[in-house]
Design a protein around this ligand. Structure first.
Ligand code: PLP
Length: 456
């Protein structure tokens, strides 16, 4: 992009002082950011007033779209009443109590116990600590290793980057930490052996997990963490009977299933939870993003009664539960989440997703007919398209995803459509606000097809 003549423009000032995540630092001074100043429905506007379709819901999060006045009102009302109080020690606030009760009702986990944090990373990071505490409390202090998957994304803290299975997130930061292992990414196109059926692939991956646990020693493995459908790592949907077999392996070795619902949760995949879509009975769930539609930062960590009771029972032995955060259960965030969940019910957002997602699937599948598209994947309102140099063999143009990057940039600059690159081959992901209409879905893909045709 050209540098603006005005050195005091927001973009020029940004380049001087803001440290951005996920940038090529050396090139950052030459790459001006698009400064977003407003939003309405599925659209955001830049500082010149140019509207863009946000087909990625920001970072997979603004599920009710932009400019939702009821959420603004809920936040303002709570701020007037009580802008802040905490839930540390023996204090609490009503919105946190109401929200914990509601999430416990909604989660497919009996008698669930809820801990609040502010981001997906914090919730998953706290979970690593809680599982350590739990295993110490129940008298098996050696059961501490975590297994996640290549290309899974679980956060940006030290522990959650370690859970994350994306090499670029590890290398320059001396991660992963010891005790964090990764098993094969269930991406059929990339990892199936020649002639292997989807079913045989799924079964082989479960066997590999079994062998990994056996090799490490089941007494040393605490938990397996997965997103039911991998989001940021490429919208990867494991074929059946992957989760059925994986859960058999975990049960056999008494290894917990930690379900990361940060992207999948709250109707993104066509059902309330990704666990429901993919047939998972988890021991814990972490929820964020769509929980507040990103109008306030909030995450929830939902624990099974068994884990909580284990922690409680053994607590006298292992000691004080010395974990807490200034903003845990923040009343404004919780009030916004309660309003989101109310809107989801009263406006039947789940039903809406069910009605519009066939159009989303149809338009993605149409892209799949392109000679250089090797794979399309979707469930509900999350989907991805993957570009290949050879449709027959699945050979990539460039594993670093250069084609997808070019198409994404073209879609944004020429057609004002925001999508996301995902580090799974040459892929672009879509996760539009759940309120998107069928004609808006058509508009997303009409614009996207133009960008594809320009680049390819
Ligand atoms: N888990 C998943 C599946 C995510 O996609 C993300 C973020 O994209 C996180 C955890 C981390 O959430 P946050 O960025 O809010 O820390």
């Amino acid at each position: 992009k050209e540098r603006p003549l005005n050195a005091n423009s927001p973009a020029a000032r940004d380049v001087r002082h803001v440290l951005h995540g996920y940038v090529e630092l050396k090139a950052q001074r030459e790459s001006l950011p698009t400064v977003i100043t407003a939003g309405e429905g599925i659209y955001v506007k830049d500082e010149n007033g140019t509207p863009y379709i946000e087909a990625a819901s920001g970072m997979w999060c603004t599920s009710l779209g932009f400019g939702e006045e009821e959420l603004v009102e809920a936040a303002a009302e709570q701020m007037r009443k009580l802008p802040y109080y905490h839930t540390v020690g023996y204090k609490s606030v009503n919105p946190a109590i109401d929200l914990a009760e509601k999430l416990a009702e909604m989660a497919p986990i009996k008698d669930a116990r809820v801990y609040f944090a502010l981001s997906g990373s914090e919730a998953n990071d706290a979970l690593v600590k809680f599982i350590r505490y739990y295993n110490n409390a129940v008298g098996r202090p050696q059961k501490k290793k975590f297994i996640a998957r290549h290309n899974g994304y679980h956060g940006a803290t030290v522990a959650t980057t370690s859970l994350t299975g994306i090499p670029i997130n590890h290398v320059a930061f001396d991660l992963p930490l010891p005790g964090f292992l990764h098993t094969t990414d269930p991406h059929y196109l990339h990892h199936a052996h020649a002639g292997e059926t989807r079913e045989a692939f799924a079964e082989r991956l479960a066997r590999e997990l079994d062998e990994m646990i056996e090799k490490e020693g089941p007494d040393t493995v605490a938990a397996f963490m997965a997103e039911p459908i991998t989001g940021a790592g490429g919208v990867i949907i494991p074929p059946e009977p992957y989760y059925e077999k994986v859960q058999e392996v975990l049960k056999k070795h008494d290894v917990l299933f930690l379900d990361d619902e940060v992207v999948n949760g709250i109707w993104r995949t066509g059902k309330l939870w990704g666990a429901e879509t993919m047939g998972i009975a988890p021991d814990t769930m972490t929820v964020a993003k769509g929980l507040t539609s990103a109008y306030q930062p909030l995450s929830a960590l939902i624990l099974s009664d068994e884990i909580y009771r284990g922690m409680e029972k053994g607590s006298l032995g292992v000691g004080f539960f010395a974990h807490g955060q200034t903003y845990s259960g923040h009343p404004v965030s919780c009030a916004v989440a309660l309003k989101v969940l109310e809107i989801i019910e009263t406006r039947d957002i789940g039903g809406h997703v069910g009605r519009v997602s066939p159009t989303f699937a149809r338009r993605l599948q149409k892209l799949g007919e392109h000679p250089l598209v090797g794979d399309v994947r979707c469930k509900g309102l999350i989907g991805a398209v993957e570009f290949v140099a050879d449709k027959k063999t699945g050979r990539l143009f460039d594993p670093s995803g250069v084609v997808a990057r070019r198409i994404k940039e073209r879609a944004e600059s020429a057609y004002k459509l925001i999508t996301r690159n995902v580090p799974s081959g040459d892929s672009i992901a879509f996760s539009p606000p759940l309120i998107i209409t069928e004609s808006e879905i058509d508009e997303v893909f009409d614009r996207f097809e133009k960008a594809v045709n320009d680049v390819m």
